[in-house]
Design a protein around this ligand. Sequence first.
Ligand SMILES: [Mg+2]
Ligand SMILES: [Zn+2]
Length: 187
Amino acid sequence: MTGRAAVFLDRDGTVTEPRHYPARPADLVLAPGVGPALRRLQKQGRLLVLVTNQSGLARGLFSLRTLDAMHRHLRTLLTAHDVHLDGIYVCPHHPDGTVEGLSFRCACRKPNAGLLVDSAGELDIDLASSWMVGDFASDVEAGRRAGCRTAWIGPAATTQTEPPGPEPTLRTATAAEALHHIARLRS
Ligand SMILES: [Mg+2]
Ligand SMILES: [Zn+2]
């Protein structure tokens, strides 16, 4: 194995509570139990990397400046649990967007694996020993395409659809459960 093991984390509905189009820092609230569970994984030496589709940028619903403020807020929330995100990777694109330069079919919007593969190159991550944790079928599919094990949180919301194709490696009702399960496996 070369590189380090990571846990790739979806943001909305996984690390943070589900909200309809979060667009302000205060919209980001940590999901129950996620802080301590992430701390446990980080202490094991795993990298923690947020991978998030934010098509609101392509749709002009919020600016990159606002997103930066939201992610500073998220980092502050996690710091209270002694957790540091090793990376935050954002897909700002959408094929039906309105903002020039962001409105096209990209290779990074989940279920594509671009965010995971890019971060693996930049942070020296071994994808085969890593996990992707998320609440949407597109999270599971992105993890699978990247060659990671996958954890699906659900079904809890009506917006969720069952992951297509093979079963995710793990299914749990909450993100905290998934993260503790991964921590117990230790590899
Ligand atoms: Mg989500
Ligand atoms: Zn993209």
